[in-house]
Design a protein around this ligand. Sequence first.
Ligand SMILES: [Zn+2]
Length: 481
Amino acid sequence: MTQHSLDDYLAYVDRVWQGQDTLLAHLSGAYTGDTLARIGERTGFLPAFANVAVFDTGSDGLVLVDSGDIRTAGQLHTAVTAFGAATDSAPRKEVRSIVYTHGHVDHVFGVGPFDEDARARGVAAPEVVAHEAVAARFDRYTETAGYNSWINRRQFGVPALNWPTRYRYPDTTYRDRLTLRYGDLTFELFHARGETDDATYVWIPELKTLCTGDLFIWNSPNAGNPQKVQRYPEDWARALRAMAELGAEVLLPGHGVPIVGAPRIAQALGDSAELLESLCTQTRELMNAGLRLDEVLHGVKVPAELLAKPYLHPAYDEPEFVVRNLWRLWGGWYDQNPAHLKPAPEAELAAELAEAAGGAVVLARRAADLLGRGELRLAAHLAETAALAAPQDREVARVRAEVYAKRAAAESSTMAQGVFRWAAAESAAVVEGSDLTTELTRSEGGRRRAAGAISVGVVADEDGCACGSAADSGTAPEAVR
Ligand SMILES: [Zn+2]
């Protein structure tokens, strides 16, 4: 991707809002470089897969909100150093503080070069400020690095991904609210649970600027995420409403492009809150009516007009997963199907079902029929059962590979696509007598993903959905949420 001129960045941002352009250029790094985009006189912005906002406090150095991922750490340091460079009348502006909006690895791996630079020059290192739960997250990430490696390999299609085990912990933490004052600027830090339990949004009243972190990401909220820890959709909606009350004129999000103008910001935050509120209300009503998870899941109606907004496109996460997350948050893991309370091993059950049907191949053929009729969900159940009953059967594997390849192509979210593509590759490896990595990387898109091009919903990827907004990005596997 060629580098685009930062002078054009705000014009591009405006086109994205109008629906005349997509997030592809932003997320793929076309505006990421060795200088910052100027959002205002005091505000610099690193437009990247994971954004960083930089504030010139006047007499007291620079403050960063977030630090980006490992891929952009060098560029961020270069760009911030240029932003704060000495002039005829003023010395170089040091980075005084870096606020983590949360502890996800795409937001906290840009501090290293600033620490090293400060050490080399004998000046104070930046003070890293975050919510108090960030440290526990880093501890958990280290303790569950194996699990996190596997689920992120599957989610993003990166078989060589290794989850990091060394983190830059915060120097200062807070619980509910913290005010930082540097130079002419005030940084009001508010804690809210949403995508994470450790989220902070930052309000700078003098600049009427709001840094949302991942509480706003130009995507349907990441409040479902099947393979990751609890999310908090209702708290998230409340935080969106509270942020809307601030009257911001500039919104700098964790991912995706800035939003400029109070009416647009109010609309984007309000629509996002409304989507989550609708999912919460419906899920709670169905749970209170005593329904099983299955009935709740298929009973909640997703507000299609909201999902159609360019900033709510389900390119990364999706509403169906949010319903499951609410079930887990408000209920328990038991889905109210008594057979699932203390189930038989699933391979034994599959063998019984295959025997009853007349063989695993019979089940697989029925799956192929269902696939042909467009019954993708049902086809997956039958193909999965057949493969559990006969894991090395090549005819069964061929059907399972086809079913999941079609399912991946029919999905809009990275999370669904990642799981289905991985399953398709597993079975293709059985058919071909090859291995998973070979099968994952047969297509051009697969090779780009495996090389670390983290997908968050792809525009016209040859084997992805071509459903409009959002993008594919970058080069390194560490940039995962
Ligand atoms: Zn993020």
